[in-house]
Write a protein that binds this ligand. Sequence first.
Ligand code: S3P
Length: 169
Amino acid sequence: MNRSEQHLVLVGMMGVGKSTIGRALADRLDREMIDSDSIIEARTGRTVREIFADDGEPAFRALESDVLLEALSAPHPLVIAAAGGVVLSATNRAALCRPNARVVWLCADPATLLERVRHGVHRPLLDDDPAGTLQRMFVEREGLYREVADTIVLVDHRSVGEVVEAVLR
Ligand code: S3P
């Protein structure tokens, strides 16, 4: 399938910049951008933090999966900033490996991620020991991101514009 017909999906760890890079890519490609966490919050009328606290992580993961699978079935090509955890589900990974999606893994060192996650409030999993948790998650998920990725783009020490160029190359 031609790149211009494929969804462009950004995957990667919390804090890597999927939403920011996704918005820039959507502007550049003149496409609609789907941001998983924002859609979940708009749809449920609750914050990610509230969903984790009230319903638990499995309920959040189900919503995350619904948003991803719906976006991937859209008839026009989108930019999709997938939630960090989408790769934990085998169903999601299978959907990401279909030919209608080009998946880009935005990859950063856990130290870079730690610096960047200070600002967000939607990451309850990082409330205790963010450094240790990010490191552990990186080890758990690295192979899963690699499994679904068509392209890997390193973001450490790169500006938004540089990352956008690398994704489009
Ligand atoms: C999560 C990532 C967060 C959010 C939730 C869980 C994860 O989104 O969905 O806190 O498990 O990686 P970002 O990837 O936008 O930070």
